[in-house]
Design a protein around this ligand. Structure first.
Ligand SMILES: [Zn+2]
Length: 390
């Protein structure tokens, strides 16, 4: 349920912002700070302090702002470009909190905004401090569990370079307004989303009913949350996307296979709300996804052949295929992590080295998959057989 900018992005921009001499390399944090003035896609003039991630031969730029936001600037949009002597530095948690508050205030709402800062997160909320703190604690536990899981699997990840921004709104109305103003109206069709361009997760208070006051105590939140496991899974799902893109598991605007990014988010989304100190149950069966998998894989018009899921992301957008695309992505990720974890790590290292803004062909996708997992048809048979007993 991640905002699918990447597909659009790659289709629109991959030909214009591509370095043709050699593949672009991953940025180094020491890049100097640039001050760039340009007209954005909504015709607003912006002045952004950023580092330059990519520069195309035609002068097009891919920028990363101090808040972690990515900007694509075409030569036509570019007005002024100054390089400063200052080193690029991410915003501090406090600065980021102020910026997020300003953006929420632009909605014109009167609800007071509060900022909660945790070790890795800056949570800007109109849903009350208690709920924001509950989210912060959930995110931190997930973050630690995620890092621990991959370390044990032999994959070194990094700490996030930027404080991780989260916007938690009071109710669905504010959530919809925020999506329309700062992202895209259709982003609000899901109950939460991670925005790859802005690096944020946007959520709303799951405990808020149409006529109920915000929860005041942790126990109150816990009780209400326990009654809505699907919504908690959504929160964790989006937070997992954000962690994955900020720990180096995936790279924003690189060609990460959709089955993999969604599969990972669904592998981690099973909540562990009982433990206050840790997150001990990663990799449990995701019962709703398994149910979807069992139902859709039996119906020929819904089931997606494995090679099709691997070769391209379009199956996620095809009429009538989304449920099976998600379910199969979960089942495949679950199967591979349970039975072929070393091969998954090897495959992830290939994906981690992908340059930004270069789209792979379907054949390359399949070839890279088969390099680690063997022939897709054979794997599909083994996988489906294994899934009948798990
Ligand atoms: Zn997702």
């Amino acid at each position: 349920m991640r905002v699918t900018y990447l597909v659009v992005w790659l289709l629109v921009y991959a030909t214009s912002v591509v370095q043709s001499e050699e593949p672009p390399r991953e940025l180094t944090p020491e890049r100097p700070l640039h001050r760039i003035t340009f007209t954005d896609a909504k015709s607003v003039t912006r002045s952004v302090d950023a580092r330059v991630l990519l520069e195309a031969q035609d002068g097009g730029l891919l920028l990363e702002g101090r808040d972690g936001r990515l900007w694509n600037v075409t030569p036509k949009q570019l007005q002024k470009h100054e390089k400063t002597d200052t080193e690029f530095r991410p915003l501090s948690a406090e600065e980021l909190g102020q910026q997020l508050s300003r953006e929420v205030a632009e909605l014109g709402i009167t609800t007071p905004t509060q900022v909660v800062v945790t070790k890795h997160y800056v949570i800007c909320s109109t849903a009350g401090r208690k709920y924001a703190e509950w989210c912060g604690s959930l995110f931190e536990r997930l973050h630690d569990a995620f890092q621990t899981y991959w370390k044990a699997a032999g994959l070194e990840l990094r700490e996030p370079e930027f404080p991780l921004p989260a916007i938690v709104l009071k109710d669905h109305t504010q959530f919809t307004e925020f999506a329309a103003k700062h992202d895209r109206p259709d982003a609000a069709l899901s109950p939460g989303y991670f925005s790859e361009p802005t690096n944020r997760i946007i959520l709303f208070d799951l405990t808020a009913g149409p006529n109920t006051a915000p929860a005041q105590t942790a126990a109150d939140i816990q009780r209400k949350i326990a009654a809505s496991p699907f919504n908690v899974a959504t929160t964790i799902h989006e937070a997992t996307h954000q962690i994955a893109f900020n720990s180096g598991l995936h790279t924003r605007y690189a060609d990460n296979p959709r089955w993999l990014t969604e599969g990972m988010a669904m592998f981690f989304e099973v909540p562990d709300l009982e433990s206050r100190t840790g997150w001990k149950t990663i990799g449990r069966v995701n019962a709703p996804r398994r149910k979807d998998f069992r139902e859709t894989s039996r119906v020929p018009r819904e089931a997606i052949p494995l090679a099709d899921l691997i070769r391209a992301d379009e199956v996620f957008l095809k009429e009538g295929k989304a449920r099976s695309a998600y379910a199969e992505s979960w089942a495949l990720t679950f199967y591979l992590l349970k039975t072929r974890r070393e091969d998954v790590v090897s495959y992830l290292k290939t994906i981690q080295s992908k340059p930004r803004l270069i789209a792979d062909s379907p054949d390359v996708r399949l070839r890279e998959f088969e390099k680690d997992f063997g022939d897709a048809e054979t794997l599909e048979r083994e996988w489906k057989k294994w899934m009948t007993t798990h």
